[in-house]
Write a protein that binds this ligand. Structure first.
Ligand code: URA
Length: 203
């Protein structure tokens, strides 16, 4: 198949966006998780071991959106369960959040091969699950962890890190992805400053 035909076939598989979201929301969280586990709409499912749906409170004040499951997440089915997860835990602690306060999910539920960035078509295919999760969990604030989360959730906006904006009825804030803090230690203090500046959003 030629590239264009592949894209067209994927778009067809992904179906009508609003309709899919509405059906998922009406069906409830358990069904969202069940359908995401059974999903074969994009090619990522072929190499995934476990689907990584999300973790955290069912009534979160803050919802984090990461990029995609990595190796450890693919093996365990738990998001942010490896090195980046340790950084996220530190971030959450610095933010002063307790377990009941937060939830985390990714832009896609399956690990992209070789930990590559998820493609726009894969993100689009998986987005109804994410939007249904947001709608059902109804967090007050969404924290976008890095550029992929930003592009996935609000593709028509260009956010400045650390500067909150209102989007679709809730506050959103873009911060560094926790993995960026592993590779560039100097970003840790910048991230802390972003958090300090925005504490009133979740406290
Ligand atoms: N990075 C992510 O963006 N998500 C995970 O679940 C793990 C690492």
């Amino acid at each position: 198949m030629k590239e264009l035909e592949i894209v067209a076939a994927e778009e067809e598989n992904c179906g009508n966006f609003e309709e899919r979201v509405q059906k998922l929301v009406e069906a409830g969280y358990e069904t969202v998780a069940r359908e995401a586990i059974a999903c074969t709409r994009c090619p990522l499912h072929k190499s995934a071991t476990k689907r990584v749906i999300g973790k955290g409170s069912c009534n979160p004040k803050v919802m984090f959106i990461g990029e995609a499951p990595g190796k450890t997440e693919d093996e365990t089915g738990i998001p942010f369960n490896g090195r980046a997860g340790k950084k996220l835990d530190k971030m959450v602690e610095y933010m002063g959040l307790s377990e009941e306060d937060w939830f985390v999910a990714n832009t896609v539920k399956c690990r992209p091969p070789e930990n590559r960035r998820p493609k726009a078509s894969e993100i689009e295919c998986c987005k109804p699950f994410l939007i249904a999760q947001i709608t059902l969990l109804d967090p007050e604030i969404i924290i976008l962890l890095g550029n992929t989360a930003e592009k996935a959730y609000c593709p028509e906006r260009k956010l400045e890190r650390g500067v909150p904006v209102e989007y679709e009825g809730r506050m959103i804030l873009k911060l560094y992805h926790p993995a960026a803090l592993i590779y560039t230690a100097s970003k840790i203090d910048v991230q802390k400053a972003f958090i300090d500046k925005n504490r009133d959003l979740w406290q």
